[in-house]
Ligand binder design. Structure first.
Ligand SMILES: NC(=O)c1ccc[n+]([C@@H]2O[C@H](COP(=O)([O-])OP(=O)(O)OC[C@H]3O[C@@H](n4cnc5c(N)ncnc54)[C@H](O)[C@@H]3O)[C@@H](O)[C@H]2O)c1
Length: 353
């Protein structure tokens, strides 16, 4: 078994590479990454210690991917993962990596007859219909009123059937376009691929920044000190996301890979769901309790055009199909992140505070 993990030094890539190696010690696992994300280099020692080979490679370059050799499984975890990317300056890097680069990976998977796992995103769902949902505020958090429902949405969250008309951000469009190319490769070449539309993923070793990885950023700023702000939607911090522990994503992947007849068709919403949803205000309270420090968080009421007020993943289809459910609730996830931030303070504080 030879597994190539592109973006293998990133948060999800390194977490999955290590989990696969732990469960399959004889597998040869290669983590390829161009180390564009600040902090990804901190993952290199633990990959090495686990016996995972690191290769510096850029998925925008087909020759870089070819040099990595054949693989049985390609976990495509490299990306510019920020929904804010591409708006200031040129979107070229975003498009070249998330679209062209993903197509290069797809072509490598076809060439080597490998299974491809693609990490799509909840941000493929269009912004205007998400902003038009009938949200109410309760306990410093937005929510869908109990019993309210519409096409592809309910109090359980956003399901795969949510209508796709409308704009969705440059990032979301690169992911939706990639999904559609994967569908074409399935039809034309019989490529076996799993497409998981992930909501927010979190866990230790996420190098959180303002526009991506908010759980770790929030925890780090509370622990180490630093500034935070509630941006958009009036500046109240009531916006909500559900969060999935990356180890729960791994558990799902193991089940999906064992059942390719089902998993290689269509798309799967994957997320922590309603039980693991939090607003920023609620997250601040949880972080303040753990760090024993309350931050003075400023409000910026104006909303960024790519932002949405509420997203909770309705992952019930994947749960039913694979007998899977998230096992690590939000409080455990946050505890793990705080333990990691405490243990690695010396290297992480300069990066995350
Ligand atoms: N983290 C989340 O909440 C989340 C949610 C939904 C989907 N996803 C998707 O999961 C995947 C992994 O995200 P992540 O959170 O680990 O992000 P990350 O930034 O931690 O990891 C991505 C890695 O890709 C590398 N990379 C960037 N451009 C590259 C290129 N051209 N060639 C090679 N490597 C390159 C970066 O250096 C980084 O190490 C992405 O596809 C992302 O869109 C993440």
């Amino acid at each position: 078994m030879r597994i190539l993990v592109t973006g293998g030094a990133g948060f999800v890539g390194s977490s999955l590479a290590l989990a696969f190696k732990n469960d399959n010690p004889s597998a040869e696992i290669i983590a390829a990454d161009n180390l564009k994300r600040r902090g990804s280099e901190l993952n290199l020692p633990r990959l090495r210690e686990a016996g995972i080979r690191f290769e510096h490679a850029d998925i925008r370059e087909p020759d870089d991917i070819a040099a990595l050799g054949p693989m049985d499984l390609l976990l495509e975890c490299s990306a510019e993962p920020s929904v804010q990317a591409g708006y200031s300056g040129s979107p070229a890097y975003l498009l070249d990596t998330n679209l062209r680069g993903t197509l290069n990976c797809l072509e490598a998977a076809r060439h080597h007859d490998a299974i491809m796992v693609f990490l799509s995103t909840s941000r493929i769902y269009p912004i205007d219909p998400l902003c038009a949902l009938p949200l109410e505020t309760e306990n410093h958090a937005l929510s869908i009123p109990s019993g309210a429902t519409g096409p592809g949405w309910s109090e359980h969250g956003i399901a795969e059937g949510f209508p796709l008309d409308g704009h969705r951000s440059l990032y979301g469009t690169t992911k939706l376009a990639s999904e559609q190319f994967i569908e074409e490769y399935r039809a034309a070449f019989g490529l076996k691929a799993i497409i998981n539309r992930c909501g927010v993923l979190a866990g230790p070793w996420q190098m959180g920044k303002v526009d991506q990885g908010f759980m770790c950023l929030w925890a780090a700023r509370h622990l180490y000190g630093g500034k935070l702000s509630y941006n958009g939607f009036g500046g109240f911090g009531h916006q909500v996301r559900d969060v999935l522990h990356v180890a729960d994503l791994y558990d799902l992947l193991v089940r999906q890979l064992a059942d390719m007849e089902i998993s290689a068709k269509g798309v799967w919403n994957v997320g922590g769901g309603k039980a693991n949803a939090t607003s920023l205000r609620q997250l601040s309270a949880a972080c303040a309790a753990r760090a024993r420090r309350e931050l003075d968080i400023v409000s910026h009421p104006d909303t960024n055009p790519a932002d949405i007020p509420w997203f909770v993943t309705d992952a019930r289809r994947a749960m039913a199909a694979f007998g899977w459910a998230p096992k690590r609730p939000l409080d455990i996830l946050l505890d793990e992140i705080f333990d990691w931030l405490e243990a690695k303070r010396e290297s992480l504080q300069p990066l995350l505070s």
